[in-house]
Design a protein around this ligand. Sequence first.
Ligand SMILES: [Zn+2]
Length: 178
Amino acid sequence: MNRRTLLQSLITLAALPLLPACSRAATSAAAAPTAAAGGAVAPLKKAAQAWRGMVSPAAYQVLFEDGTERAFSSPLDKEKRAGTFVCAACYLPLFNSTDKFDSGTGWPSFTRSIAGHTGTARDFKLILPRTEYHCARCGGHQGHIFDDGPKPLGKRWCNNGVALAFVAKGQSLPALRS
Ligand SMILES: [Zn+2]
């Protein structure tokens, strides 16, 4: 069993109790051409405040109050090992280390997220519109997508390191939190 298959099985297992309610959505999303890894994720119905105490205050500020960590403050910016980056709140895998690159910005940067595991929204906080993205499961804010990433995708997913946790290859992924 390769890593992708294992990941897929873990997600399938975690999603099992929800299957009767959302099997139709899961089926149609699996057929989508972008579902290279990962797949449709059922959103958690959980108030943001309920995560307080389950994540660090710094992570809470980014995830559920749309904060931004100070550049070069996260050790994950320099994390170069093979592995998986999961949401710091619900532990949904969001990025593979194979899609990480050093953007020099001081924030962990990726060329893409795991398909189906993030959602996006427009953000007008800095007047110029930006594309905000968040964990598809818990809704926790992760970062913004910019168009100055490396070829061929050309995207830079600029992530707050404090909103992620790193799981090195060979270690088992944590069970999803609700
Ligand atoms: Zn999450």
